[in-house]
Design a protein around this ligand. Structure first.
Ligand SMILES: *[C@@H]1O[C@H](CO)[C@@H](O)[C@H](O)[C@H]1NC(C)=O
Ligand SMILES: *[C@@H]1O[C@H](CO)[C@@H](O)[C@H](O)[C@H]1NC(C)=O
Ligand SMILES: *[C@@H]1O[C@H](CO)[C@@H](O)[C@H](O)[C@H]1NC(C)=O
Length: 393
């Protein structure tokens, strides 16, 4: 083909030759062009890549997939990942879900928008290009982008009998089925650009089952408090087993805030308030689940103990973080990632210097943990935005 065309139509011949190579190499062509990257592994209380310890300095940008859908906003994704890489950050936590909202990935149970999946494909490729790994979160307890309430609404719309509580997300069998369909679709998704299935892609640092789960958020009083703790524990075990049955490459966590629960009564006083002991989460027990590879903790003194002086908030975070690092070393034998920490500029009398002080305190605690070879694995700031996103929350 090449010789024949080449003689008569040299230009066309060259073009078709290029096209032929393009087609015959297909997906592999891109694989070769991607920077090399190993999977993140866990051994004891530390993360490793290619046999070397890995500590995490990273950030949250929940919006990457969302902004990658439409052309006008797409450049923000590259700008953010580029900026992150320039700052020396290596991990970004972001949402790999949008359930039933505008530009939904999952339009209705089991129905996905290929256009939005392609946006997520792009995010993954772009991250790899910049040497950034992604923690992909799979559903939200809160209702932005759908969340657990959207699953409950779907079940209602499909005439499935269940309690009206949004926490039925954690125990209704039909909803579990919806969520597993979603998990399977995402985890086995074949990236349209690279041809690599998500479960085989080392760009993904870890899966996170749910952001900030709380089970008892609309407790009606007719269910015992203890039942909610059991529901959430069972849900995590069930979903973790399901994810690991499909994907043995990636680490798995749950986006817990870190509140102590009934199995560790001696630690309840470390919670930011009594309320935090009653939201259905139980840090030690939840993270002891063998299929969960590392612990996640959030750090929000300005929300949790609002009104206290910065000095008191700093005292709180010191105790809060140190206690969880102790847990990682002694109780869990797993790394502890501080997956969200932040100080909102919407706080009364906010000054940037307060944020500097807060960030420094968090980094100092992590650094000390690293120096002592302890379980504190790193921290992710909440949150970074690209230019033109001033109105986003
Ligand atoms: C985990 O680390 C220990 C030493 O701390 C080592 O003996 C063991 O081989 C490691 N396991 C794996 C799977 O790398
Ligand atoms: C660090 O801790 C791990 C246990 O997670 C241990 O295997 C390793 O030997 C320790 N390394 C040093 C340098 O103490
Ligand atoms: C469930 O969540 C939705 C969305 O946040 C809310 O409108 C609704 O009132 C909640 N249902 C209950 C029973 O609290």
């Amino acid at each position: 083909m090449l010789a024949g065309n080449g003689l008569v139509y040299p230009v066309l011949g060259f073009a078709s030759c290029v096209a032929f190579i393009y087609m015959s190499l297909g997906d592999l062509r891109f694989t070769f062009q991607q920077p090399k990257m190993g999977f993140v592994e866990r051994n004891g209380t530390h993360f490793f890549v290619d046999g070397k310890p890995l500590y995490v300095n990273g950030w949250n940008s929940y919006w990457l997939m969302d902004q990658a859908v439409e052309e006008f906003s797409r450049p923000r994704v590259r700008a953010m990942l580029q900026a992150g890489a320039k700052m020396g950050l290596t991990v970004c936590r972001t949402w790999a879900f949008n359930d039933g909202s505008y530009n939904a990935l999952q339009i209705s149970p089991g129905h996905f928008d290929e256009r939005v999946f392609k946006a997520l494909d792009r995010v993954i490729v772009e991250a790899r290009k910049h040497g950034i790994r992604l923690i992909l979160c799979l559903v939200d307890n809160l209702h932005a982008f759908g969340g657990k309430a959207q699953y409950v609404k779907w079940a209602w719309e499909q005439g499935v009998a269940l309690s009206s509580s949004n926490d039925s997300f954690f125990f209704d069998p039909s909803i579990s089925k919806y969520f597993k369909t979603y998990l399977k679709t995402v985890i086995t998704r074949k990236n349209s650009i690279t041809g690599i299935e998500y479960r085989d892609d080392p760009t993904i640092f870890a899966w996170e089952l749910i952001n900030e789960p709380r089970c008892a958020s609309d407790a009606s009083g007719d269910t015992l408090q203890s039942a909610y703790f059991e529901e959430l524990q069972d849900w995590i075990e069930d979903m973790a087993t399901f994810v690991k049955s499909m994907d043995k490459n990636h680490l798995l966590t749950v986006g817990l805030e870190g509140f102590y629960g009934p199995t560790t009564p001696g630690k309840l006083s470390l919670n930011p308030g009594e309320w935090a002991s009653e939201v259905g989460t139980d840090f030690i027990r939840n993270f002891k689940i063998p299929n969960i590879d590392f612990a996640s903790v959030h750090v929000y003194p300005d929300h949790w103990i609002a009104g206290q002086e910065l000095q008191d908030q700093l005292k709180f975070i010191y105790k809060w973080m140190k206690s969880h690092i102790d847990d990682g070393d002694k109780e869990l034998r797993k790394p502890v990632l501080f997956a969200e920490f932040g100080l909102s500029n919407r706080n009364k009398n906010f000054q940037p210097s307060q944020r500097d002080t807060f960030y420094k305190a968090v980094f100092d605690i992590i650094y000390k943990s690293v120096r002592k070879n302890r379980s504190g694995a790193g921290a992710l700031a909440w949150q970074f935005m690209a230019g033109g996103m001033e109105d986003y929350k």
